[in-house]
Design a protein around this ligand. Structure first.
Ligand code: 2HA
Ligand code: ZN
Length: 284
């Protein structure tokens, strides 16, 4: 007998039925799972939301729990985030957002977070919170309209990290060559870390360091981080990189000789036509 997935219909009173920032998170995490990028509890997302917007749907004076951070983030003091929960399955986001998502606020001193909504059943924010928070800090310095940090296990990106050299310039150039739009979508190129233990403050620091120059960072044999000013932008960035990696894997797997490619001059022409500044040291 086929097991039926029960979708609990939200009632009009449910915050997640009304708040656009929660709907967006539910829909994007579910989409990522459907794409095969978030098996089991893989992946995590955090999204900065304005206080005024949160206050329209949630009583921001009511604190459910306060959790101490092992890494202080005074730069993010009093900021509100929607976050995915630690150990939670993206597959279940649409059916049960209150257990799988949370709305949190960083305290005035940056040493703790207040849980204001969701993360029911004593759940806590994503295990990759250090990478998320530290990346937010760096991206906000580069772009005050930055809002989203998104991590997933994009399949072809992971595959490519086994067979392509892990130097940032070479890897970026290969991706740019795979689809014409790539250079336009990520002219700032891809940051790549060495393999590291996930969930740690160390990988958080290393990821954030790369975020000073790039909006996307690859963790070899693990996955990708993408950032943006909106959920669509962060998702679109990862989607484009994953598509390029897929083309690369298809070409390599085809065992056919490469007969033609986008040339260096064509990439230069493309950057000029679209007014983007390509990551230095690749096309010159
Ligand atoms: O558990 O993807 O990197 C979620 C993860 C950890
Ligand atoms: Zn991961």
């Amino acid at each position: 007998m086929m097991e039926q997935l029960t979708i609990v219909k939200p009632t009009a009173q449910d915050v997640h039925a009304k708040a656009p920032f929660l709907r967006e998170m539910m829909e994007i995490t579910y989409t990522m799972w459907k794409n095969g990028w978030d098996e089991r509890n893989g992946g995590n997302v955090s999204y900065i939301v304005d206080e005024a917007e949160v206050a329209q749907y949630i009583d921001i004076t009511k604190i459910d729990r306060t959790l101490n951070l092992t890494f202080p983030v005074s730069e993010l003091a009093n900021k509100y985030f929607v976050v995915t929960g630690s150990g939670k399955y993206f597959k279940n986001m649409m059916a049960d957002p209150e257990h799988n998502l949370g709305v949190i606020r960083v305290t005035e001193d940056g040493k703790s977070i207040d849980i204001l909504w969701g993360l029911k059943g004593n759940a806590v924010p994503t295990s990759e919170l250090p990478s998320h928070f530290m990346s937010h800090i760096e991206r906000l310095k580069m772009d005050p309209s930055h809002r989203v940090v998104m991590h997933n296990h994009a399949t072809n990106v992971i595959a490519m990290t086994f067979i392509h050299a892990l130097d940032e310039k070479g890897f970026t150039r290969t991706l740019w060559e795979m689809c014409t739009e790539c250079l336009v979508v990520f002219p700032d190129g891809i940051g790549i870390l060495p393999w590291m233990v996930p969930g740690s403050t160390e990988i958080g620091r290393a990821t954030a360091e790369k975020m000073k120059k790039h909006r996307a960072v690859i963790w070899p044999h693990h996955g990708i981080f993408g950032t943006g000013t909106t959920i669509d932008e962060a998702f679109g960035l990862i989607e484009t990189i994953e598509k390029a990696a897929q083309i690369y894997m298809l070409i390599v797997s085809s065992n056919q000789p490469i007969l033609q490619r986008i040339t260096n001059q064509e990439l230069i022409d493309l950057a000029k036509a679209f007014g983007v500044e390509p990551m230095a040291g690749i096309l010159d």
